[in-house]
Design a protein around this ligand. Structure first.
Ligand code: HEC
Length: 159
């Protein structure tokens, strides 16, 4: 390697480090808050058992690699990520409104990509319904069969 190649590779290396390090720096506080307005979004599929089932299917395909089969944030890709994938069963996550969780799935942050374009609105709400059922004490609670089975998603649920 001559001097020019060396300095060029150093430049590429530096650029790569900056590229990968910057989202990490931004995320160090790991204080991801959905805007207040997201709390106003109501899950149009609430109480719909089939939504929970669909949500599980979607979760197993799209989310387990990072969040783990039980949503504990321990998926196979988790160890290589910083910040770590959230533990979706945790109090911090579960205390948030359906709308806030929906917002985060829709928008994404850092390694958590935005699912706005790859999953429909309905699918994202199905995931919210499923995430609610990840909590062990809730797992035993019978979900009532819904009256809201074929609810049309209202415009106001759009973000
Ligand atoms: C590539 C890994 C990855 C995949 C795949 C992934 N996530 Fe995430 N997720 C993350 C990371 C990392 C965070 C934490 C982001 C942060 O705080 O900067 C996160 C955070 C979240 C949060 C916010 C939790 C909180 O702190 O309030 C929700 C909700 C969530 N993910 C749901 C999902 C769902 C649903 C899917 C599947 C559709 C999914 N994630 C797929 C990595 C992933």
């Amino acid at each position: 390697m001559n001097k020019k190649t060396v300095s060029r590779s150093l430049l590429i290396l530096a650029a790569t480090i900056i590229f990968f390090a910057s989202p990490t720096i931004n995320a160090q506080t790991n204080n991801w808050k959905a805007p207040k307005i997201a709390d106003r979004l109501k899950n149009p599929l609430k109480g719909d058992l089939s939504a929970v089932k669909k949500g599980k299917e979607l979760f197993d395909i799209n989310c387990v690699t990072c969040h783990g089969a039980k949503g504990l944030g321990d998926g196979i890709a988790a160890s290589s990520l910083f910040p770590k994938p959230a533990n979706l069963t945790s109090k911090e996550v579960q205390k948030q409104s359906d709308g806030a969780i929906y917002y985060k799935i829709t928008k994404g942050k850092n390694a958590m990509i935005s699912w706005k374009y790859s999953l429909s609105e309905k699918q994202r709400w199905q995931l919210v319904s499923y995430i609610r059922e990840l909590v062990p004490h809730k797992a035993k609670v019978k979900v009532k069969k819904s009256t809201a089975k074929n609810v049309k998603l209202k415009k106001k649920t759009k973000i």
